[in-house]
Design a protein around this ligand. Structure first.
Ligand code: GDP
Ligand code: IMO
Ligand code: MG
Length: 424
């Protein structure tokens, strides 16, 4: 059975958790393939709201398997905490969760390094989530990372930590003027985590191969979004991984040719947390209004999200690099009250009109949006379940996005709950 990929088409927080939850009904296994506890994916089932950070968003569907793939960076402290949070809410996670032995581990020194680097950048900070994501991936690619599988051998793990800590402490001491870390600060908690996690650890490559062969339906869950991709995003104001389609294969071991359906999740407007250009960003007051209606506060850090109108130049970049086969538009209901809805169709840059997202972040930062004004629909959409019942101007809005993106919209989300969905 071919695999389906769900990927964020903007700067993260597009509503991937909600879309994954909906699509899990038609899947058997949900796989996270990159990022770590920087992600915050919200799933609302009935009156209950769950925010998932490392655990795949398929967990709220009984009977579905969930895999944390090799491309994810895993903070064992956060994973254990998340498992316990689910347990306390009466959901058994451990029997339906597998953790790749190849996934790299985030340790306390990664988090401290993340914080120290951000502090050092001063006003030029990236605005990271302080979850140690960048430093963990740096160690992975620097060939000094520690993998989940390494936790099994305490002597080996201790030696690897000792080697790494020597280097990190030199940085803390000499360069960042931050407190050094002792071996015990790192090792102490981990002696407790391994017994908790070892039952979940697996070579997930043959597991996923066999599931695919057996005709099981696999759903790949992207974290972050295309414009936070370390290559395709607004570097350096990005995360340290590949949320894009290419990363889904590398981060799971599922071959690219098995991934035939690629669903881009697109918010009906645009948000971004942290620093970096956001061409359609609204003036403070208007931004605040959209933020209030859309409840745009980070699911992981609680930070206010920056808000702007829909940006077709951004989403076309996502269409291109992910090969989107369809789009799920979320949060249409947040625009219900507007008289007119602006949509950015191109950028103006030093007198020129650009329709391609620029490769240089400095150029993006100078771009002014070119807007097309669309009529609002001025009526609530959250209660609607059929495309035919949407107000004409709401349909017109979605159809305009569709033609600007060049990809079919298959799902429209009109509320946070599982049932607040329209299949087009
Ligand atoms: P993710 O990181 O892409 O999974 O998105 P987040 O969970 O960080 O942020 C999306 C927020 O929007 C969450 O609070 C969701 O519950 C909420 N949400 C998702 N879809 C809709 C929708 O169609 N309408 C409304 N009003 N809220 C939505
Ligand atoms: P989900 O999966 C929105 C942003 C941070 C920061 C930059 C780098 O919920 O969509 P990092 O801690 O990754 O080194 O931070 O990336 N960022 C996100 N923004 N949604 C996310 O995840 C994000 N994960 C990281 O705000 O600007
Ligand atoms: Mg989020």
């Amino acid at each position: 059975m071919p695999a389906t990929l769900v990927v964020g088409a903007q700067w993260g927080d597009e509503g991937k958790g909600k879309v994954i939850d909906v699509l899990t009904a038609e899947a058997d296994v949900v796989v996270r393939y990159q990022g770590g506890s920087n992600a915050g994916h919200t799933v609302v089932v009935g009156a209950e709201t769950y925010v998932l950070h490392l655990i795949p968003s398929g967990m709220l569907y009984p009977g579905k398997m969930n895999v944390i793939g090799n491309g994810v960076v895993v903070d064992p402290a956060r994973l254990v905490e998340e498992i316990d949070t689910f347990k306390a809410r009466g959901i058994d996670v451990e029997s339906r969760l597998l953790l790749s032995d190849l996934a790299h581990v985030t340790l306390p020194y990664h988090k401290r390094l993340d914080e120290a680097r951000e502090a050092k950048r001063g006003s030029d900070k990236i605005g990271t989530t302080h979850q140690g994501i960048g430093p963990t991936y740096s160690d992975k690619y620097g060939r000094v990372g520690i993998k989940v599988g390494d936790l099994a051998d305490e002597a080996d793990f201790t030696e690897k930590v000792r080697r790494n800590l020597e280097e990190k402490n030199a940085f803390f001491r000499e360069y960042y003027h931050a407190p050094e870390m002792s071996m015990e600060e790192v090792l102490g908690p981990y002696r407790a985590y391994w017994p908790r996690l070892k039952g979940l650890v697996r070579n997930t490559i043959p597991y996923l191969r066999d599931e695919l062969k057996a005709g099981k339906r696999i759903l790949l869950e992207g974290a972050q979004g295309t414009l936070l991709d370390v290559d395709f995003g607004t570097y350096p104001y990005v995360s340290a991984s590949h949320p894009t389609a290419g990363g889904s294969s590398a981060g799971s071991g599922i071959p690219p040719r098995a991934i035939v359906r690629v669903v881009g999740v697109v918010k009906a407007y645009t948000t971004r947390v942290g620093a970096g250009p956001l061409p359609t960003e609204l003036p403070a007051e208007e931004q605040e209004r959209l933020r209030m209606v859309g409840r745009e506060y980070g699911a992981t850090t609680g930070r206010a999200r920056r808000c702007g109108w829909f940006d077709a130049v951004v989403v076309r970049r996502a269409v291109d690099v992910n090969g989107l086969t369809e789009v799920a538009v979320t949060k249409l209901d947040i625009l219900d009250h507007l008289d007119e809805v602006p949509v950015c169709v191109a950028y103006r840059y030093r007198g020129q009109e650009l329709t391609e997202f620029p490769t240089r972040t400095e150029v993006v930062a100078e771009c002014e949006p070119v807007y097309r004004m669309l009529p609002g629909w001025k009526s609530p959409t959250s209660g609607i379940r059929r495309w035919a019942d949407l107000p004409a101007n709401a349909k017109g809005y979605i159809e305009t996005l569709q033609s600007l993106m060049g990809v079919t919209v298959s799902i429209v989300s009109i509320g946070p709950r599982r049932d607040e969905i329209i299949r087009v």
